[in-house]
Ligand binder design. Sequence first.
Ligand code: AMP
Length: 426
Amino acid sequence: MNVLVIGAGGREHALCWKLAQSPRVTRVLAAPGNGGTAEVAENVPVRDDDIPGLVALAKKENIGLVVVGPEAPLAAGISDEMAAAGIPCFGPSAFAAQLEGSKAFAKTVMREAGVPTAPFGVFDDAEAARAYVREKGAPLVVKADGLAAGKGVVVARTVDEALAAIDDMMVARSFGAAGARVVIEDALLGEEASFLAFCDGENFALLPSAQDHKAVFDGDQGPNTGGMGAYSPAPVLPEAKYAETAELCIRPILKHLAGLGHPFRGVLYAGLMFTTAGPMVLEYNVRFGDPECQPLLLRLDSDLVEILFACVEGRLRPELVRVRPETALCVVLAAPGYPGGYPRGMAISGLAEADAVPGVKVFQAGTKVEAGRAVTSGGRVLGVTALGPTLLDAKAGAYAAVAKLHFEGCHFRRDIGDKGIARAKG
Ligand code: AMP
């Protein structure tokens, strides 16, 4: 079977790498892919927002399964279009993808499905939003309703900060149409973790817990990024709690969406905050997280094609998802200036040496091959991922490989996994 992976990040390199291992797969194509996917797949220069182009590509190449990495094509209806063309596609419909594409939709579904989440209000009018902020008082979180590449959330410590965020989103339209509506919710305190499940519309199969590192600098300082590292499992959500956590945040959503006539097929990602009152859902994503995908797929011990097909065909069983007992940890190497502006085209050295470190796999994100050598082409450049018997071992392996890699101005966090290490020590 031929498989088409859509997207161009570290997540998509990890997906291509894992799919290429399946005995059922003949060819893997990546659209548009990156320097890493080029090693395990055939890159095709079709952009991830060119839905007619992707459908035409899938038809032309006799694709038996489309796997969608990023959220934007899902929100734009790629799954529906592929289904209409008779092509099996892993990823939710545009309706179900609103769980990520509209924060107001997600919060309303959570409330209707009885999922624990922060109290909130939804506003289309800036003056009404300001009045809510003044009445509630700080701290509050102001969120642009639509997709804003992970940047449309402001945790406001004061009323003035919340009012400024409203002006920025609703009046100045810093995030364009995404900010025409805002969600304002109570700020929660606690440690965060990600909990992902494969879903077939009715049934789900859990992946182990993971933890992302959003801030650019050590100690969670500095502006938010797409993610500077991740590891799995996250001790804040131990295996003994998976089943009850899924009953809180996965099953009610599947049941609710199926009841609306829009069953959810794909990866459902719950962003959780572990508060003193128990876990609360901060957000849903409708696809693998990046970088969480990288440690999760390094731990996955079953055939990914089998799982994805079972989801598409509505015959998923939890036993299909087997996971290695080791811990996996990923450190992201970023371009200088990221998450602000950054240069491109810097030569990358040490890829083969880093990959040769035992237990390590280097996933490439913002890279491309130019005149036979790897150069940077994005903000997050590499996801250096290692498997180890413990979190400490996985961390040591990943940083040993990081030490072998170089490009001009490269920066990375040195504390990936430290929250989990501290928690494991008690
Ligand atoms: P979201 O895209 O909704 O997950 O928000 C991005 C980040 O903002 C989360 O990972 C949290 O760190 C933070 N955040 C979101 N909602 C809240 C909340 N209600 N309380 C505290 N922090 C939040």
